[in-house]
Design a protein around this ligand. Sequence first.
Ligand SMILES: *Cc1c(COP(=O)(O)O)cnc(C)c1O
Length: 473
Amino acid sequence: MNRQKLLSSIPAVNDFLAAEQADRIINKYSRTRFLKTLRSELEKIRQIILAEKAEMEETDIDCQELKVGEILISVSKRLEAEDNEGLKRVINAGGIILHTNLGRSLLPENALNKVKEIAAEYSSLEFDLENGERGYRYKRTKQLLRDLTGAESAVVVNNNAAAVMLVLKTIAEDREVIIARGEMVEIGGSFRIPEVMESSGAILKEVGSTNKVYLKDYLTAVGEKTGALLKVHTSNYRIQGFTHSVSAEEMVKAAHQHDLVVIEDLGSGILFDLSEYGLPEEPTVKEEILAGIDILTFSGDKLLGGPQAGIIVGREKFISQIEQHPLMRALRVDKMTLAALEETLKLYYNLEEALQKIPTLKILTEKAEKAKIRAEKLKAKIEAPAGVKFTIIESEAKVGGGAYPLNTFKSYALAVETGDLSPEKFVYKLRQLKTPVISRIQNELIIFDLKTVFEHQLEELAISINKVLAEVF
Ligand SMILES: *Cc1c(COP(=O)(O)O)cnc(C)c1O
């Protein structure tokens, strides 16, 4: 068929609207979306026909493809694919507990319930019920954070990057901030501390060498333009071997003699010592406040196990300055974040309760044997085709989210040997499921780490694995 004839045989919009199949699509996706997608599909067909070489009489498109029914199937598929985009729940069998790309910490149930309650109806977000006047958004959070960290005051912004920027802008805009070279870290997503600092208008003054910094390095750098000393927790990497750094106490003592402010970006920020649960020792927020740090920032959705937030704690004098900065309004958190954060923080009054009810802490401190039991249960549910071998192996889970970078946690995984088939194809298919499964490949084996998989997900995970196995083999 020639080009002109093909073009004129494309059905008109009304032909589609008359089809019964169209009613079903319109009911499901709305008339507007149907028409928009249909027009775009028809335009695509037109372009394909026009793109055929002029001298060619025959085209790749045949009349079959120009039938109303066929085109409606394409339209329906496109709409379905569109709806399938966006945020999705996934099963994390990759073994990284705080994976930034997978949404970091999982909220405790009481936090979820509170979010639902507060978001679905009006709330006292900024309303003082005592006198019926405008209230203060951060009243309860401030109180909780004071209690749990020992700081004089606190405030919350959108995330820790925002917290660092806001603190520097308020305290040290156009002034020098002294920082050790070994602490100028990149925190992921090509996001670097030096760049955050510069965007705040503070002027970086680097001291020391990559592996060593001494108090005298900081003191030599102090001058008329100095606005603050900054300590950054090198969350996601460690310098080992021939090293030296300056403790919070030392730095505070020297800085205060010169009337200088000490700011610390603690990154993950833990509220209590997790070392008795087998985790490496890390400074807690309370210890750093006790050491005299003036302003300290950390994330809400890393080891704290709450919603995304940047928590700023420290001296009343500085926190109130920060709160009055115009940028504070741009960086403030919404009621859902506050609801979740308040409820998460409340759990910390009872450590045993926190370890049970805050999923991040529960996963982190759970014994490896529990993961082994889950691995065995999962294995029992798998229908292994011939030539595919399933074994339970010891595995190493990681914290992620820029915490405990050198440490791995003993865990157990289901390992799959796929023989001739490439493991990439298998893990790709797992990611394309309605509820995607995230696994990892290690030494040609597909690894399903059970550290980050919950008991209630085992059935669903097994069904997904069986489904992909049946498709691939
Ligand atoms: C993770 C991290 C940040 C960024 O925190 P967000 O909450 O992701 O904005 C900043 N500094 C350090 C040291 C970190 O580890």
